[in-house]
Design a protein around this ligand. Structure first.
Ligand code: PMV
Length: 299
C-alpha cells in the first residue's frame, strides 16, 4: 500500500510569452491529486478524473520503468484538483503516483528524483512537455522560470513571497485550445516581428515588476500587473469571449486583477482577490454565470 499527492499549478504571468523566450511566473495551488495504490496482477486506474483515467496507463508504466519497479498496481485517484486544462493535473497525478510507489516500496526519493520520474509519466500525456508542471507540482511555492530547449535546460528561481495569494479560478467549459493559440501567436510573430518584439518588451517589464511586488507582498500592485499582462494577452489574440466574460465578472465583483491562465482560447482564467470573503462572493458570481469555479491559494 502506498499513498502520495501532487499539487496543481497556475501560471500567474507570462503564458505564451514564455514560449518566445521571456520569463514566466507560476505557482503551486493548494488543490491536489491524491493517489492510493496497492499491488495487483496488472495496472489499473480508478477515479472520477475521466481524462486522467483514459490516458494514464502509459504514464503509469513510464513511471514504473523509470523507477525500476517491476510490480503492478491498482491505482485509486482522488483529490480536489479539477482536470480542466492548464492546471497541471496530469503532472500532479504523475508526482502523486511517484510518491505513492516510493511509499509502497520504501524507497527514499529527493525532490529532484521525484521530478525526474514524474516527468517520464508526463511524457505519456503530452509527448514533449516543457517540464514546468511537474517541477512546480514537486517543489511547491512560486517560481520564475525560463524555458530551455529541453526540460533539463529549464531555469527556475524561487520567489519568496510575503503571504499566499488567494485566487478564484474559473473554467470556461472549453478544453484544450493551447496548441491552436500557441500556433496562432507564432504566426502573429512571423507576420510582424517588430510589433511582437515591442509587446515582448512590454511584457518583460511587467514580469520584472511582478517578481518584485510578489516578494514585497504588494497585492494591489500584483493585481494591476495581472491586468496589464491580460491586455497584452488580448493584443496577441489568445482570449475568447468566455475569457473576457469571466474576467469582466471578476473585475466587477471585487477582484484586484484578472487574466487567463495557461493557453487561453477558453480554458481557465484566474482572479486575484484580497481575502477569503471576496473569494467566496466572487466564486458564487462566477458559478451563477455558468463557469465552473473554485477558490484556491497559491504559494
Ligand atoms: O495550458 P498550460 O498550463 O499547458 O500552459 C500553456 C502555456 C503556454 O505558454 C501557452 C504554452 C507553453 O507551452 O508554455
Amino acid at each position: 500500500m502506498g499513498i502520495g499527492s501532487g499539487n496543481g499549478k497556475s501560471i500567474l504571468f507570462g503564458e505564451h510569452f514564455v514560449v518566445h523566450g521571456a520569463n514566466a511566473i507560476a505557482g503551486a495551488i493548494t488543490n491536489k491529486v491524491i493517489v492510493k495504490i496497492k499491488q495487483a496482477k496488472k495496472n489499473s486506474v480508478r477515479s472520477n478524473y475521466e481524462i486522467i483515467e483514459k490516458m494514464s496507463l502509459d504514464g503509469v508504466q513510464n513511471i514504473l520503468n523509470s523507477m525500476n519497479v517491476i510490480d503492478k498496481y491498482e491505482i485509486e485517484i482522488d483529490g480536489d484538483l479539477p482536470t480542466y486544462g492548464g492546471l497541471g493535473s496530469s503532472a500532479a497525478f504523475c508526482v502523486a503516483l511517484t510518491k505513492a510507489i516510493a511509499n509502497d516500496k520504501n524507497i527514499h526519493l529527493n525532490e529532484s528524483q521525484i521530478n525526474a520520474h514524474a516527468y517520464e509519466g508526463e511524457r505519456a500525456f503530452h509527448g514533449n512537455p516543457s517540464g514546468v508542471d511537474n517541477f512546480i507540482s514537486t517543489h511547491g511555492g512560486i517560481y520564475e522560470f525560463k524555458r530551455g530547449k529541453t526540460q533539463k535546460e529549464n531555469q527556475f528561481g524561487k520567489i519568496e513571497i510575503k503571504k499566499p495569494l488567494t485566487l478564484v479560478i474559473s473554467f470556461s467549459g472549453k478544453y484544450g485550445a493551447t496548441m491552436k493559440t500557441v500556433s496562432e501567436v507564432r504566426k502573429l510573430k512571423e507576420d510582424d516581428e517588430e510589433k511582437f518584439s515591442q509587446i515582448m518588451d512590454e511584457y518583460s517589464q511587467i514580469e520584472e515588476e511582478a517578481k518584485k511586488m510578489l516578494e514585497k507582498g504588494k497585492i494591489d500592485e500584483i493585481g494591476k500587473l495581472m491586468n496589464s499582462n491580460q491586455s497584452l494577452l488580448k493584443e496577441i489574440g489568445v482570449c475568447d469571449e468566455l475569457n473576457d466574460k469571466a474576467i469582466n465578472i471578476a473585475l466587477k465583483h471585487g477582484a484586484i486583477g484578472a487574466k487567463i491562465t495557461g493557453g487561453g482560447g477558453g480554458g481557465c482564467s484566474i482572479a486575484l482577490v484580497e481575502d477569503e470573503k471576496n473569494a467566496i462572493d466572487l466564486n458564487k458570481k462566477l458559478n451563477d454565470a455558468g463557469f465552473k469555479s473554485f477558490v484556491t491559494k497559491v504559494g
